[in-house]
Write a protein that binds this ligand. Structure first.
Ligand SMILES: Cc1ncc(COP(=O)(O)O)c(C=O)c1O
Length: 378
């Protein structure tokens, strides 16, 4: 469920405090005019929550992806593999670095298909990086992809924008790769309107993203910003203090959000899994449970399901309603023809998938009623 459903007086109070503490909205400097550095605190709280050494806040998940790619050395002409079920931002970030996206299919669970990844590698031994996207609350094959990257000396970025709080073997997704990326846009599990974070255990990567996301500032100790050295040509992807204040308040609610999601997800699962094939969590994995996906056999069945969901006033999430933004088969404005064609199989799989959005405003009982109705009618 999106964090916006949890916004209450705690976020309002957090924002009010920024003004009471001096009203400095910028993340850096003005040391005497402020009592706190909210962006820094937000970064440090995220590092603790996700058990990583470093986090850098930026303006969006898309910006975080781009910073991460640049930090691991992706440049003009590099090849970056990602899966055909993603969000357009992943492709945009690759292209914005001047790199070439190579599209890997998904398996029957809608996760990156390791067999296809191996086939792609046979033809492209010069792959620089993989972006593994943990889509809609369920993690991809992280253990397999980590070993693949180690074996073949390929960098790994985990896009965890859609699976915040999900784990594998007790470790947070987003903390396995060279870097992980999360988003705080309005639809995400925790939100500050817009925002993103790059998580890493590497000091070198962290230093790069800190500098790149702030005009190349070298952050020399004890030197005022105006006299600071430039370590590279960078850009401005800085988060504001107001966003960070809201982000901190939202992060405090993450466990509650996860628990509420899980109750609704499990209610749907216990009824629907007996009748439909459903998207599964892998062994040793926990999800963020904010979307429940099941599969039908025909487009007619899909239409009937969507109609029933409408009648129950329970929304679909991305599948099928926003598939055009989440399947590379539709990205003809951004990808070469061969990558569109290779995405066809993924499109066919997504076409028979239905994603139920998990919302706080919809009680468990209403999800159960929908599930029984789906079972009765399909
Ligand atoms: C998988 C994935 N990656 C990246 C992004 C980009 O995040 P943002 O909207 O913060 O730029 C999104 C946002 O929808 C996403 O779902």
């Amino acid at each position: 469920m999106p964090g916006f459903e949890w916004i209450d007086e705690s976020e309002a109070k957090a924002v009010q405090e920024v003004f009471e503490e001096g009203g400095v909205l910028f993340a850096h400097g003005w040391d005497n005019a402020r009592k706190k550095y909210h962006v820094r605190e937000f970064e440090s709280n995220i590092s603790k929550a996700f058990d990583v050494n470093y986090s850098r806040a930026v303006t969006s998940g898309t910006a975080a992806l781009k910073c991460a790619l640049k930090a691991i050395g992706v440049k003009k002409g590099s090849k970056v593999v990602t899966q055909a079920f993603n969000f357009i931002a992943v492709i945009e970030a690759i292209i914005d670095c001047g790199a070439h996206p190579i599209i890997c299919g998904v398996d029957d669970n809608l996760d990156l298909d390791i067999n296809d990844l191996n086939k792609i590698y046979d033809d492209n031994e010069d792959i620089s990086a993989i972006i593994l996207v943990h889509m809609l609350g369920i993690g991809g094959p992280i253990e397999e992809v980590v070993s693949f990257c180690k074996e073949n000396d390929i960098k790994l970025v985990e896009d965890n924008c859609e699976s915040i709080g999900a784990t594998y073997k007790g470790k947070n997704l987003g903390s396995f790769g060279d870097c992980g990326v999360i988003s705080f846009d309005h639809g995400k599990m925790i939100t500050c309107g817009e925002g993103g974070m790059i998580l890493t255990n590497s000091e070198k990567i962290h230093k790069y993203v800190v500098s790149y996301s702030d005009h190349g500032h070298a952050y020399q100790e004890g030197i005022p910003r105006g006299l600071d050295k430039k370590s590279m040509p960078g850009f401005n992807y800085r988060l504001t203090e107001l966003q960070a204040a809201v982000g901190k308040a939202q992060l405090d609610k993450l466990n509650l959000i996860l628990e509420s999601n899980k109750r609704r997800f499990n209610a749907l699962n216990s009824i629907l899994e007996k009748h439909f094939r459903v998207r599964k969590l892998r062994q040793h994995q926990t999800g963020s449970y904010d979307t429940f996906i099941f599969f039908v056999k025909t487009i007619e069945e899909r239409s009937k399901c969507v109609q029933l969901m409408k009648e129950h006033q329970i929304p679909t999430k991305n599948l099928p309603d926003a598939m055009e933004w989440h399947c590379t088969y539709f990205f003809e404005h951004a990808l070469p023809k061969n990558e569109i064609e290779s995405s066809k199989e993924t499109y066919n799989k997504l076409n028979l998938s239905i994603a139920i959005g998990i919302l706080r405003s919809i009680e468990v009982e209403r999800y159960e009623n929908l599930a029984y109705d789906l079972v009765r009618n399909i």
